[in-house]
Design a protein around this ligand. Structure first.
Ligand code: NAG
Length: 406
């Protein structure tokens, strides 16, 4: 009997080691998983009732539950004003959205910079296959950011601040008023199987925006929007991006950097195995022409990227100056860009200048490396070209258009 039991235990042990899911299931059973259905807090999926209070109550109870908890939003259309889901929570927490969350049409009805915010939470999962509908088409006409630098920000769809060891997957974000997903001071976060959609001409609708965050992964995502598919800002380190479909949109961008004092470096970025289709840029690094403070951008790898009819597939722009508010003659960027590798980048460039390195004369780019680049341009203006200003590094393998790096 004893040997039978130990044999059985051994099989269980092997099964548990072989499959994470079994050990997870076992531990959640011990901890006591509990579901907090928003309907039990008065939420109604009728597309009209404001469910902000019901959702907040469900979150509070789930967050205080000592076992693993799950806030559950069933199928249906749940209208929701601005909400903050704040931790710390007692244990792991999931936010499962099956249905559609519908934002107010009127941006003023959301009294915070983001429609749905998660703050100070660890071990959070946002998932469920549901939709975040920002109803942005009603407020895009109010966006004046193309005319003034200090424009009024409109609410972003979903934000994560001071969130660690967490993930979002199987969520679709559509028609945000400004950026779709925003990450600030986030660490160890996985974004996967996320779809982001807004029209190509919707203003400032960045797909995923990241600042002051580290150890994040973005993969298997589809992003088509009116601004950057992914925007990487000050203080972001160790970010791994792969299997992204980007387009329409402005590509995957670092920056703009150098506008504000106290900005932090951006280091350790990988963008690989991705497709850019019809975007205005491919992979871009942009710093303001007249940047106040020194900063560092380094250790980047761009690898295995396909460009389909993309504006400037490879672009370093240290003369970024929207609205012509900079004095290009008297100042140059103090942001140092170094150790940036482009490996196996191919496809078609919409602009004649397929490879564009406009680096700063104050801080010339160092260690820029091209390896196997093949970008073609078709048009009456002739074949694709490369442009180099203040850039040092090297080119190896087959490079077309011919490299101008010295
Ligand atoms: C690129 O985008 C166009 C226009 O949306 C689409 O028709 C085409 O199938 C896309 N190509 C790929 C390879 O995804």
């Amino acid at each position: 009997m004893a040997s039978t039991i130990s044999g059985f235990m051994l099989i269980l042990f092997i099964a548990a080691v072989a499959s994470n899911s079994i050990s997870v299931a076992a531990s959640t059973a011990l901890a006591g998983r509990k579901i907090f259905d928003v309907r039990n807090y008065g939420a109604r999926g009728d597309g009209k009732t404001d469910n902000a209070i019901a959702f907040t109550k469900a979150w509070k109870d789930a967050c205080q539950w000592k076992g693993n908890s799950r806030v559950y939003v069933p199928f249906g259309t749940f209208y929701l004003g601005g909400v903050s889901f704040t931790g710390p929570c007692k244990s792991r927490i999931s936010f499962i959205i099956k249905g559609t969350l519908l934002a107010p049409k009127d941006a003023n009805a959301i009294k915070q910079d983001t429609w749905i915010i998660f703050r100070y939470v660890d071990y959070l999962t946002v998932s469920g296959g549901g939709i975040l509908d920002g109803q942005g088409s009603y407020s895009w006409p109010l966006n004046n950011c193309r005319l003034t630098l200090n424009c009024r920000p409109l609410p972003m769809n979903m934000g994560f601040q001071f969130v660690r060891f967490s993930k979002i997957n199987h969520i679709k974000s559509i028609n945000s008023k400004m950026a779709h997903l925003n990450f600030f001071a986030v660490q160890y976060f996985d974004i996967t199987s996320v779809t982001i959609k807004a029209p190509g001409d919707s203003p400032n609708t960045d797909g995923i925006k990241i600042g002051s965050s580290s150890h994040m992964k973005i993969h298997n995502v589809n992003i088509g929007t009116g601004d950057d598919c992914i925007a990487i800002l000050s203080g972001t380190t160790d970010l791994d991006i792969f299997k992204v479909n980007c387009g329409p949109g402005h590509g995957i961008s670092v920056g703009s950097l150098g506008r504000f004092k106290g900005e932090k470096s951006v280091q350790g970025l990988t963008v690989r195995d991705s497709i850019f289709n019809g975007t205005t840029n491919g992979v871009r690094i942009k710093t303001w022409a007249s940047s106040g403070t020194p900063n560092l951008v380094s250790h980047f790898l761009y690898k295995n990227l396909q460009m389909i009819n993309v504006g400037n597939p490879i672009n370093i722009d240290q003369q970024y100056c929207p609205n012509s508010h900079c004095n290009l003659k008297s100042s140059a960027s103090q942001v140092q860009i170094q150790d940036v590798k482009y490996n196996n980048i191919w496809g078609t460039s919409k602009d004649k200048v397929a490879v564009k390195f406009q680096c700063s004369k104050n801080a010339p780019c160092k260690g820029v490396e091209l390896l196997n680049v093949n970008l073609v341009h078709r048009g009456p203006d002739g074949p694709a070209t490369a442009l180099c200003e203040n850039v040092g590094g090297r080119a190896r393998g087959k490079i077309s258009p011919q490299s101008c790096i010295r």
